[in-house]
Design a protein around this ligand. Structure first.
Ligand code: S3P
Length: 444
């Protein structure tokens, strides 16, 4: 799959960032709302769906499988087919850049008598799929190819068998794929999760009427779904994405004089490790007006410029901030002292090898950073020279993190391609400009 031509962009040192704003809907919840809407009987209405390329690909995927998803006015409507009711698509399904879309949909497709070819862009076609295909094959899914990468053709069956599976890696995508397959499987399917990962699938399955129970299992959790439940179409309101808000909050902390508030952001504790860490670094970050909406906790997040210090981020925190490490590493460059981030193995299999790419981006801008096994250490001095060009490797979060760096570095920072930002946060640039950020086309 090809993508739009590369769109290089530079970020320039900016005056104080100010304002009150909202970020678009959470990506994880948006994917799941479309998928469960497709598996429920009747109409699901989704407000605040993230309209990014990744999520729009999932909307097209459920439509191709016989559950049309479309927007009417401000609301997305999915006409669900009921559990086990999806139908054979006419052609291959393209997931673009989205690991979440591809992996979760494998679980959605598995309990259906359909054969589906899944394809993706150059980044997605490099990402490991065996972690999901292994347990789904144990349940009865067939995979035509021997390889572990897209493109792949999978053949589901309405006679899957339930399994009990312990996650070998802390991955919410893997957990979710198994639970979604379990939804269409007679009997009880159990996932044992040694380390907590984001729990939006469990919460949303319950919201749609499925029986999902959790129990302590050693230090972890045992999650069981009762299969062949009849889900009912529901209304879903998607809260603001804390992984998108992270870029604006980080920018406010490092640009002198800044003070911003982002309203209505998801603050589910399985997603807030980044904010916990910023506070430990001395960041003036607060969650205001804490409330519940649609079964998820939300808050308004306020952040003000702060003098920051490096801290050690424990490995156990990684799942709750896995997408925020490139941004955190950039913030660490503006802090004083060493910032040590442990347990980053999963960063190597994201949209790019984010561990290597983040260290390279820092070094290119005059920041000392080193990788030792799964640990990244950034040696912050309180200021960043900048002036480098960052290779984003088809990775939206690399692009956004280093553009934020350029707002507070001595010289501008160039990123080689911003086209992929549209996969998760198309409004990144206008929202940043709204609070005062300065960007320029091409290399500075
Ligand atoms: C996601 C889970 C995480 C995360 C991704 C979204 C999800 O991936 O990096 O952006 O929605 O379940 P892993 O499950 O691979 O850690």
């Amino acid at each position: 799959m090809t993508h739009a031509d590369p769109a290089p962009l530079s970020a320039f040192s900016s005056c104080a960032l100010k304002g009150t704003l909202r970020v678009p809907g959470d990506k994880s919840i948006s994917h799941r709302a479309l998928m469960l809407g497709a598996l429920a009987s009747g109409r699901t209405l989704i407000r605040g769906l993230l309209e990014s390329e990744d999520v729009l690909n999932t909307a097209r995927a459920v439509t191709a499988l016989g559950a049309p998803a479309q927007k009417t006015g401000d609301v997305w409507e999915v006409l669900g087919r009921g559990t086990g009711g999806l139908t054979q698509p006419a052609g291959p399904i393209d997931f673009g850049n989205s690991g979440t879309g591809a992996r979760l949909m494998m679980g959605v497709i598995a309990p259906h008598d359909v054969s589906v070819s899944l394809v993706g862009d150059a980044s997605l076609s490099k990402r490991p799929m065996a972690r999901v295909l292994g347990p789904l094959k144990q349940m009865g899914l067939e995979v035509e190819e021997k390889r572990d990468r897209l493109p792949l053709t999978i053949r589901g069956t309405s006679r899957l068998v339930p399994i009990t599976y312990t996650l070998p890696v802390p991955s919410a995508q893997l957990k979710s794929a198994i639970l979604l397959a379990g939804l269409g499987t007679a009997g009880e399917t159990t996932v044992i999760e040694p380390e907590a990962t984001r729990d939006h699938t469990e919460r949303m399955l319950r919201h749609f009427g499925a029986e999902v129970t959790t129990a302590a299992d050693g230090n972890g959790t045992r999650i069981t779904i009762k299969g062949e439940a009849e889900l009912e179409g529901r209304e879903v309101t998607v809260p603001g994405d804390p992984s998108s808000a992270a870029f604006l909050i980080a920018a406010a902390l490092i640009v002198p004089g800044s003070d911003i508030t982002i309203e209505g952001v998801l603050v589910n504790p399985t997603r807030t490790g980044f904010y916990t860490t910023l506070k430990e670094m001395g960041g003036d970050v607060s969650f205001l007006n804490l409330r519940q909406e649609g079964g998820e906790p939300i808050a308004d997040i306020r952040a003000r410029f702060s003098e920051l210090s490096g801290v050690t981020v424990p490995a156990e925190r990684a799942p709750s901030m896995i997408d925020e490490y490139p941004m955190l590493a950039v913030v660490a460059a503006f802090a004083r002292g060493a910032m040590r981030m442990d347990g980053l193995a999963e960063l190597k299999v994201k949209e790019s090898d984010r561990l290597a790419a983040t260290a390279a981006g820092l070094v290119a801008n005059g920041v000392k950073a080193d990788i030792n096994g799964d640990t990244l250490t950034v040696h912050g001095t309180g200021s960043v020279p900048g002036g480098g060009t960052v290779a984003t490797h088809l990775d939206h979060r690399m692009a956004m993190s280093f553009l934020v760096m350029g707002l507070a570095s001595a010289k501008p920072v160039n990123v080689d391609d911003t086209a992929m930002i549209a996969t998760s946060f198309p409004q990144f640039r206008p929202l940043m400009e709204q609070i005062g950020a300065r960007f320029g086309e091409g290399a500075a």
